[in-house]
Design a protein around this ligand. Sequence first.
Ligand code: NAP
Length: 292
Amino acid sequence: MKKLINNLCVIGTGLIGGSFCLALKESGCCATIIGTGRTEATLIKAQSLKIIDSYSMDISEAVKDADVVFVSVPLGAMESVFTQISAGLKQAGNDSAVITDAGSSKQEVIRIADKVFADNANHFVAGHPIAGTEKSGPESAFAELYNDRRVILTPTDNTDADAVKLITALWEMTGATVESMAADHHDKVLAATSHLPHVIAFGLVHCLENMDDIEDVFRFAAGGFRDVTRIASSDPTMWRDICLNNQQPILEMMKRYRDELDMLYNALEAGDGDKLIEVFEHAKNTRDKFTH
Ligand code: NAP
């Protein structure tokens, strides 16, 4: 097939970056993939799993011949990584590379990209795949992760239209469908659908942890407990960064949820079965409507 690009550089070869590489390799749309990141053992593992063709421990060096740089590191590492990308591209005189990311919140990433890339910020396309698992690292990556999943791009008025087209085409090669929306809208929607559920799952397990009969609680944990808490096995550093980077929208959702819990608490305390049925029926209908 015709190559979309020659050189892809992936910074952070874990679940998200590794799966992106594996899917693009299967599609045959880019000639070579170089990986870079923080820990050499991770890059050696990624190379042995054929996620990347080669690696460099120096981010500035790794990006110099890239047509596209894909950044899939935790949000807290974005600023330092962007700074190294910018230095490497400037040194190599490569001002046509398109940079994109996979971070789970978008307004803060765009603010950092505008600051660090400055005149070249129009070549940054902010993105977020709505796909993932609770696992981390290159061993957890698989080529089908993005198949039939959505990817949200949040270009600004300044973003180069050809850069958006190229990143859209690459994501489509992974089997994903690409949609665009404003970054503030993205952050509000994801606070509701992903970030609040993770905070609830972490909070629920943490709250049970302090019970006296904790051994029995986990020994008899049934399907419901597993369904609701699966995502509490996600990486704590990644989720700390997501919470801090999308603080206000998440706080707003936590307040809504706290009010809802208070309402349910009051209904139960009053023995108000009608209220419980009303809420449970509404919730069941809404979930059935949107998930079937
Ligand atoms: P992951 O599996 O832990 O991979 C992260 C990668 O980044 C690892 O290779 C890690 O290498 C590297 N890294 C960490 N800190 C670094 C630093 N300071 N400098 C350079 N490299 C560094 O995490 P992931 O799930 O792929 O998540 C990556 C990004 O995708 C995050 O921004 C997250 O918000 C976003 N995202 C995640 C999901 C999900 O469900 N997991 C879904 C959508 C978007 P080491 O071996 O050194 O740690």
